[in-house]
Design a protein around this ligand. Sequence first.
Ligand code: SF4
Length: 251
Amino acid sequence: MDNSYRNFASLMGTVLVLFVTILAAFGLLYSYSTINTYNFILLVLILITVIVTLFYFVSSIAIMYVYRRKKASRIVLCISRTGLRMLFPLVIVLTGLFGGNKDTIKKFYIDFNNLLVDTMDKKYSPDEIMILLPHCLQYSECEYKITNDINNCKRCGRCCIGFIADISAEKKVPAYVVTGGTAARNIVSKKEPKIIISVACERDLSSGIADVGRIPVIGIVNDRPNGPCYNTNVDVDAIRNKLESIINEKE
Ligand code: SF4
């Protein structure tokens, strides 16, 4: 038996024991409960519903307020940030259930997250910033291995990598091209940037932003004229502008 199978089987066993215990507890409660027990359970359920509804209401108001005003006090920013993080998975599930467009919701999440980073109005030295790029920006028939080092790019102009490599060299901000979420997480934990400018699709950006948590991420959604993950493109000026808004040019 390999380790992963053993871990999986043990986890399944633990969950099963947990469910059986809960079932037994409910059985006991049912046999010995009086009308007062039912009233108490109902009261607890009402209380939980009130708390969740209040949290949902306050968070929604805070998110809308910050989004429209583009600024707010620390406490409102904190409520909106926490609210969005907690409500986002729920909203995504509901969007899926009602057959809505999840990318639109993810785009809002990315825009709102960018707004929160903007409100921090913090400047960083070039070596504290990281530009993170998806491999699909590279022209599919290019033979140069830019995932090792973006400077292997020969700036031939067939894709946007060359222009981004120029910005990276000019501003002295390291840029990395990664093949997926795991590679992105590895490079982030290895280099420990203070802020990331990340290019990706709505799905990867929203999950990446949630993954890195404590590190601010400025997300820029790529264009996908040839479908997902193939010869994609990005507004290079948007990267430059975002970079100039956070970089401390004196360093
Ligand atoms: S710009 Fe760079 S990465 Fe893009 S095709 Fe040319 S050499 Fe390859």
